[in-house]
Design a protein around this ligand. Structure first.
Ligand code: SAH
Length: 491
């Protein structure tokens, strides 16, 4: 039966969700800050304030070893001045910020009240009730500064996030951003606003993310400029086929992330998860182009034409496909069409559903005692019936592992054909729906595969594995281990 066709529908990027705290970047260069206390916590705050260029007046009667050490080594910027005295309200008349580490509740209350009286933002270390602002964790690639807040809920989590960002951002980003400051003026003078400037900064960013310091291109701003100028002229549009993986955004590649971040338009299938789309550039236009067995979808020809038209207008088009674009994703047809139209195409691989399923079950698809090959097989021809021309004899080979895609509706027929071709009814089989997004699993043998499939949730994608390597998963089912299984074929 022919599917009714529908036009691509545009999805709104969605409104900004609630913000626990507003991240702002406060200019403290040559401003005065008051810091009360000599504790290790106070020392860290003093160092942060001074590193940001503040002249910090420290009021403390006793000094921790940390504060002592800080005072003797000095800060990277600003200044630190120690006053061996208690604080009083008259100190709080003109500083830009006031910070204190005070154990005593009454004193903390008095300090916050005095600062408020003078209209000065205040922070009392570890006493959120008296804080107008919080410090958060910092990733320092100055002039690039990243602040992380968990709204006080989980500082250790905040630090772990900071470490992740540290590993993602090459330290040379700092020098690139510094070079950018020098280039700004040149760009403003020589390039017209809009496309030309944006193309320049995109080429600049491409270089910056190569993980090499700008100095490696030469030692002057001019040599860096020359290098950028020698890159291909203003970016033409292009299409990047991007694998979105099975759903969990953590499974995206760094390249996929970057493609999503630089897209003008994203054409996505309905199996692509919200979590992945959320990582796309906010300004990117999102177009759902469907494609799912049993549901209305855009015609492939329309998708091809749309991608081509947008790329020829100079747009960065991301064609976002679930799993890997090169596995049952019609990438071949799309690439051919785009190449014919002279549109440059790149492909960013993704984690295909079958491979994600193997990880979810902890099953090695090529366990050397049980399988010498893996096959990805479609269970559904365009007609929604079993595809003709499948090599059932080959698929019944007990030394191969077979992963069936798009086979929810044909699982029973697949099992029958395998058994007819000589496959034992006790051959292990698994069926996992919605891999990586709160998946539901069943494991048993092919004799029960049709039974299990009939009980699946038909609104969720399902992936099926057949082969001896799944024995482990089937046994886990018998023992009813860990993961609750959605079904029990033996019941
Ligand atoms: N390119 C995709 C496959 C697209 S075909 C990939 O590499 O994964 C669509 C089929 O993929 C679905 O019918 C289903 O069999 C499988 N699939 C995709 N995402 C899935 C998921 N999260 N869980 C289970 N199966 C999935």
């Amino acid at each position: 039966m022919l599917q009714p066709l529908r036009k691509p529908s545009e999805a709104e990027p969605g409104r900004l969700g609630r913000l626990a705290k507003l991240p702002v970047f406060f200019d403290l260069k040559d401003r005065r800050a008051v810091l009360v206390g000599g504790s290790p916590g106070a020392a860290w705050k003093a160092e942060l304030l001074a590193a940001a260029g503040a002249h910090v007046d420290i009021y403390a009667l006793e000094l921790s070893a940390e504060m002592d050490a800080l005072l003797s080594r000095g800060a990277a910027d600003g200044s630190l001045t120690l006053h061996r005295a208690d604080w009083s309200a008259d100190l709080l008349t003109d500083p830009a910020l006031a910070v204190a580490d005070l154990d005593d509740e009454d004193e903390a209350d008095a300090f916050a009240a005095a600062a408020h009286e003078a209209g000065i933002p205040v922070n009392v270390v570890d006493k959120p009730g008296y804080c107008d602002f919080q410090f958060g964790s910092v990733v320092n690639r100055s002039p690039v500064v990243i602040g992380i807040s968990t709204d006080g809920a989980a500082p250790i989590l905040g630090q772990a996030i900071r470490r992740r960002i540290e590993t993602l951002l090459h330290p040379s980003i700092a020098s690139w951003a510094a070079v950018a400051k020098h280039l700004r003026e040149h760009v403003m003078r020589n390039l017209s606003p809009g496309m030309a400037r944006r193309a320049f900064w995109e080429r600049f960013t491409d270089l910056a993310f190569q993980g090499r310091a700008p100095e490696s291109f030469g030692d002057t701003v001019q040599t860096v400029l020359d290098r950028i100028a020698s890159e291909p002229a203003a970016r033409t549009g292009r299409v990047t086929l991007v694998g979105a993986g099975p759903g969990d955004a953590e499974l995206l590649t760094l390249k996929a992330m970057r493609a999503l971040q630089s897209a003008d338009v994203i054409l996505f299938d309905d199996l692509v998860s919200e979590d992945v789309l959320e990582l796309a550039r906010r300004e990117a236009k999102r177009l759902m182009v469907g494609k799912r067995g049993g549901r209305a979808s855009c015609a492939q020809g329309d998708i091809n034409d749309l991608m081509t038209r947008l790329a020829l207008q100079g747009k960065q088009v991301v064609r976002l496909k679930s799993g890997d674009p090169m596995v049952f994703g019609r990438a071949g047809e799309e690439i051919e069409h785009l190449e014919k139209a002279g549109v440059p195409v790149d492909v960013v691989p993704g984690i295909t559903a079958g491979i994600a399923m193997a990880s979810a079950l902890g099953v090695s698809l090529t366990h050397r005692d049980m399988a010498q090959s893996v096959r990805f097989v479609t269970g559904c021809a365009k007609t929604e019936r079993l595809p003709s021309g499948l090599d059932w004899q080959g698929l019944a080979d007990p030394t191969t592992t077979t992963i069936f895609y798009m086979a929810g509706g044909t699982a029973g027929a697949i099992a029958e054909r395998l058994m007819e071709a000589g496959c034992s009814p006790t051959m292990p089989a698994v069926l996992v729906s919605n891999v990586s997004r709160g998946d539901e699993r069943w494991a048993g043998s092919i004799a029960d595969l049709g039974w299990a499939s009939e009980r699946r949730d038909p609104t969720k994608p399902v992936i099926i594995g057949v082969g001896r390597v799944f024995e482990r998963a089937a046994k886990a089912n018998d023992r009813g281990l860990e993961q609750p299984l959605m079904l029990d074929a033996t019941a």
